[in-house]
Design a protein around this ligand. Structure first.
Ligand code: COA
Length: 262
């Protein structure tokens, strides 16, 4: 049982934690409290063996998340601005990217600024056909501060990232799919079903190997690490896991594996 809090709804369905950011009257904008609650929810779920994936979405029909809460940071100083960014990276954006279970963003409407950055920190993005995605920060005289300058280029390439950031343009779901920002586009009604289709595949696989794969893929985007070397190391370690023994035994015995995540 994962706790539901003021701005975060949590529900576990078929081994999947569905997290809904719940500030629909503010288009689910990320204020400090929402960031804290989302962090605490993810921390709580991380060691629960009966949860093998997370789906993250926004409440209502209109928005996934319309960005950081502009009203909250309106009077911030330089130092407070820096803190806002670094706490966000630590508690949510890097935290999600390095989470040990796959996190799918179910983008059900506007994903702007911190909202797009949140979706981009997730491992997979499924986007509804009404979604609008963009990094409009330069319209406010700031830049993306939750990893957007880095992760957008990783996903869509440097040229499109420059264009989206300096024009502040929003793109639609079709372009998001074409450019690699969305893995799939569905209707709003089909959005969660598509996410569950993906998590149902994840559920049959080795949690230990999935955790390691997330770590190694991310290592390739970390300037301080050599992804290939991390891969060699982690590939070797896989041979010492219970899931490896079970997976190989199941294959040789022509049965389905029963992974324990060890
Ligand atoms: N921070 C704080 N409040 C926000 C918000 C944000 N990022 N985005 C939307 N809201 C609030 C609005 O202030 C409004 O609150 P109110 O009813 O108390 O006035 C409410 O959410 C509804 O938004 P509204 O602007 O009335 O909806 P709309 O349909 O006219 O426009 C958007 C939708 C997404 C285009 C518009 O809300 C917007 O541009 N939001 C800011 C996006 C942004 O710049 N994000 C990056 C922040 S760094």
């Amino acid at each position: 049982m994962v706790a539901t809090t003021e701005f975060i709804l949590s529900e576990v369905k078929n081994g999947v934690l569905v997290i809904t950011i719940n500030r629909p009257d503010k288009l689910n904008a990320l204020n400090k409290q929402t960031i804290e609650e989302l962090h605490d929810t993810l921390v709580e779920a991380e060691n629960m063996n009966d949860i093998n994936a997370v789906i993250l979405t926004g409440a209502g029909q209109k928005a996934f998340v319309a960005g950081a809460d502009i009203a909250e940071f309106a009077n911030f100083s330089v130092e407070q601005g820096k803190q806002l960014s670094s706490i966000g990276h630590f508690k949510i954006f890097n935290f999600i990217e390095n989470y040990s279970k796959p996190i799918i963003a179910a983008v059900n409407g506007f994903a702007l600024g911190g909202g797009l950055e949140l979706a981009m920190a997730c491992h997979i993005r499924v986007v509804s056909d009404n979604a609008k995605m963009g990094l409009p920060e330069v319209s406010l005289g700031v830049i993306p501060g939750y990893g957007g300058t880095q992760r957008l280029a990783h996903l869509v390439g440097k040229g499109k990232a420059f264009e989206m950031i300096v024009t502040a343009d929003m793109i639609n779901a079709v372009d998001a799919l074409k450019w690699g920002l969305a893995n799939y586009v569905t209707t709003q009604d089909e959005l969660l079903a598509k996410c569950f289709e993906i998590t149902s595949k994840i559920a049959t696989k080795s949690p230990t190997a999935i955790r390691t794969a997330i770590k190694v893929i991310n290592a390739g985007y970390n300037n301080n690490l050599n992804g290939y070397e991390v891969e060699i190391e982690e590939f070797g370690k896989s041979f010492g896991t219970g899931d490896f023994k079970e997976g190989v035994a199941a294959f040789l015995e022509k049965r389905k594996p029963s992974f324990r995540g060890n």
